[in-house]
Write a protein that binds this ligand. Structure first.
Ligand SMILES: [Cu+2]
Length: 281
């Protein structure tokens, strides 16, 4: 019976490892690109973030296997000792080992220090404004304002020659608006200014691995790059109130040459007053 329990307890880590190995095949892994590269981030920076995740996963998996093997060994030798006929060994007490204490303090500290230094570059390109790609620095293409419970999007409009105007911090008469529908060019870095009108929300593009809190009183620049044109999910990742679920919106990455026509279409929709077209007929 004791052997049964040893095997039973060892089964749990084996099942845990097995479920992690088969998860991607069932589509239980990360959101991302479809097709053969399913589960892979749909943006270059997202893939670097995934690499960091996998590095930590490898370190924790090795630690997990080591700890479970040690636990199995202790349980197994425990029952062997107990089964020796007529000669049951008593428990053995130790007052600790100085060397072991030093080893298991220094090794994790070194591993943590390595992770901290190794990820700095990705962190900087993700969050530090001076490390953003040059083409997006100080060039926000839209302002995204979170509020209970929607994403309000403000684009700068077009000038009379059809060129995109720069986005001003304050709303302008030429600005264009959309709700829960963010359209930006694909295949190149783009930047938005993130704001919130009320509580704290969180701008989350899971397929692109972008997540940034929207903090009251702050204008936060966020950049990202969708590899391919298409529709991506835009979520709020902060439980912001009863209508939190309503903040499921979409981010449409479109080919560069379709972006200005999209803004032109928005201009047309917004300046339509229901009269002009009727008069023309
Ligand atoms: Cu929210």
């Amino acid at each position: 019976m004791k052997k049964f329990w040893v095997f039973f307890f060892m089964l749990v880590p084996v099942l845990a490892l097995w479920s992690c190995i088969v998860a991607p095949g069932y589509g239980w892994w990360f959101p991302g690109s479809d097709g053969p590269s399913k589960g892979v981030a749909a943006s270059p920076l997202g893939r670097r973030i995934d690499d960091l995740f996998y590095m930590i996963l490898v370190i924790t998996t090795i630690t997990f296997i080591g700890v479970q093997l040690a636990l199995g060994y202790v349980l197994w030798t425990g029952i062997r000792r107990d089964n020796r006929e007529g000669d049951v060994e008593k428990a053995w007490f130790s007052h600790g080992s100085h060397e072991l204490e030093v080893i298991w303090s220094i090794v994790p500290a070194a591993v943590l220090l390595f992770i901290a230094l190794y990820q700095m570059d990705v962190w900087a390109s993700y969050r530090v404004k001076t490390h953003f790609p040059e083409e997006v620095q100080n060039k926000p293409m839209a302002e995204v304002t979170a509020r209970q419970f929607e994403w309000r999007i403000r684009y700068p409009g077009l000038d009379e020659n059809g060129n995109v105007l720069p986005l001003m911090p304050d709303p302008q008469p030429t600005d264009l608006y959309a709700v829960n529908d963010l359209h930006l060019p694909s295949g190149r870095p783009v930047m938005i200014n993130l704001k919130t009108q009320d509580v704290q929300h969180s701008f989350f593009l899971p397929e692109l691995r972008v997540k940034q809190d929207a903090v009251p009183g702050l204008v936060i620049p966020v950049w990202f790059e969708a590899d391919k044109s298409g529709e991506y999910t835009l979520l709020c990742a902060e439980l912001c109130g009863w209508g939190h679920y309503k903040m499921k919106a979409r981010f449409v990455a479109r080919p560069e040459e379709e972006f200005i026509p999209y803004l032109r279409e928005l201009t047309k929709q917004q300046s339509y007053d229901g009269v002009k077209e009727a008069a023309a007929q």
